[in-house]
Design a protein around this ligand. Structure first.
Ligand code: PMP
Length: 396
């Protein structure tokens, strides 16, 4: 029955991660998958979450099903975190937020909702971008296109080309945007550039779909929500997918949310209803544990303060290791322009290394980055940053 199915080639990022695991060298360096590692190379367990778990363990609760749209206290906390407390759409009850299975689940349900509202919807994704965006939206039945975003050879944002694309794409096109820590380039728009993009979106009646998977990793929890809050203030229909995988170090708990800004509360009721229907048909209702822990942290001022401090520490560590890598590269490879690493933000940097250099790094030095030349910066730490920089200097 299934013999004719095509073999799955595997996800290109996870494939290189597998190569890393099979490498026996002691000094190998993993810069492939977007995981945050602490200075000792461990995936942290956040103290805020640990404290929330200890508290809950004192009074175990039953595992009743959650509503299709998720845990209410989680959904409202997500809204405040993304939109702030001053948001008119939020205060008027026009934002619908559902608990999703990771950021990926939010993108997929959002794609399904768009396709349901306007069959044959078309979505524009940055080039370069996160490959899975194409797969997720094609899976939901949308046609995907790309808009120019970043020149990887010269290491610059193509802001004029991006604006030009937004000005010429058909009205009601959906545009996928990363509010902070662009994956894969680490190159973000300035607040002034966001203003320009938001104005074009309004003028051209485009529909923004914002994907925020690294809130807090660029400049701070509120600062990184700038684009979300700006667009929300423009009274345009929009969708926001957010993920807690990185900023709560909560990868396997699959916690995210989809928020949809509607024109009025009647529309919001309909949107919530259709979201429930979509969820009911796919997985019925979401899991409890992770959402309850995040809700406990976000809704308790003391635990929130602990979490915010932890996010700040993660961000600072990434900044410092970027600087260190740059300082070493400047000396080791003076002819190689490595300033990109301190110009770019968040988890990722786009090195501009070519395929031959990337393969040589893997084969000769055990330094693993993905084919696009993207590195996941938190894979670097005090113990391996010098080796990384020396290895790069030998291939450039
Ligand atoms: N969007 C972007 C831009 C991402 O980088 C990621 C994670 N790699 C996601 C969404 C998905 O996040 P999650 O793991 O929570 O599904």
């Amino acid at each position: 029955m299934f013999e004719h199915l095509a073999p799955y080639a595997g996800d290109p990022i996870f494939r290189i991660g597998d190569m890393f695991r099979q490498d026996q060298r002691q000094n190998k360096v993993d810069l492939t998958v977007g995981l945050y590692y602490d200075g000792k190379g461990r995936i942290p367990i956040l103290d805020s979450i640990h404290q929330a778990e200890l508290k809950r363990a004192q009074q175990p609760e039953t595992r009743q099903y959650l509503p299709m749209e998720g845990l209410p206290s989680y959904r409202s906390a997500v809204q405040k975190l993304l939109f702030g407390t001053e948001c008119a759409a939020l205060n008027e009850g026009r934002i619908v937020t559902m608990q999703s299975v990771g950021g990926t689940g939010a993108l997929r349900i959002g794609g399904e909702l768009l396709q349901l509202a306007s069959p044959n919807s078309e979505i524009w994704i940055s080039n370069p971008g996160w490959d899975n965006h194409h797969a997720i939206f094609e899976g939901a039945g949308l046609k995907t296109h790309t808009y120019p975003y970043y020149d990887s050879v010269n290491g610059v944002l193509l802001f004029d080309d991006m604006k030009q694309a937004f000005q010429t794409m058909p009205e009601a096109s959906i545009v996928l945007l990363h509010p902070c820590c662009h994956n894969p380039t680490g190159a973000d728009l300035s607040n002034a550039q966001w203003e320009e993009i938001a104005n074009i979106i309004v003028e051209r009646k485009l529909i923004p779909f914002l994907d925020i998977a690294y809130q807090g990793f660029s400049n701070g929890l509120d600062e990184d929500a700038f684009a979300v809050r700006l667009m929300a203030s423009k009274n345009i229909p929009m969708l926001v997918a957010n993920s807690f995988s990185k900023n709560f170090s909560f990868y396997a708990e699959r916690c995210g949310a989809l928020s949809v800004i509607c024109q009025n509360t009647t529309e919001a009721d309909r949107v919530l209803g259709q979201i429930k229907l979509l969820v009911r048909r796919i997985y019925s209702n979401p899991p409890l544990h992770g959402a309850r822990m995040i809700s406990d942290v976000l809704n308790d001022p003391e635990l929130f303060a602990v979490w915010e401090r932890e996010v700040n520490e993660m961000r600072t560590r990434i900044r410092n290791i970027r600087q260190k890598a740059y300082d070493i590269l400047k000396v080791q490879a003076p002819h190689f322009d490595s300033a990109f690493i301190i110009r770019q933000n968040g988890m990722f940097s786009y090195t501009g290394l070519n395929q031959t250099q990337i393969e040589k790094l893997r084969a000769d030095y055990g330094v693993y980055l993905i084919d696009s030349g993207r590195i996941s910066v938190p894979g670097l730490n005090e113990d391996n940053v010098t080796y990384f920089a020396e290895s790069v200097s030998k291939v450039v």
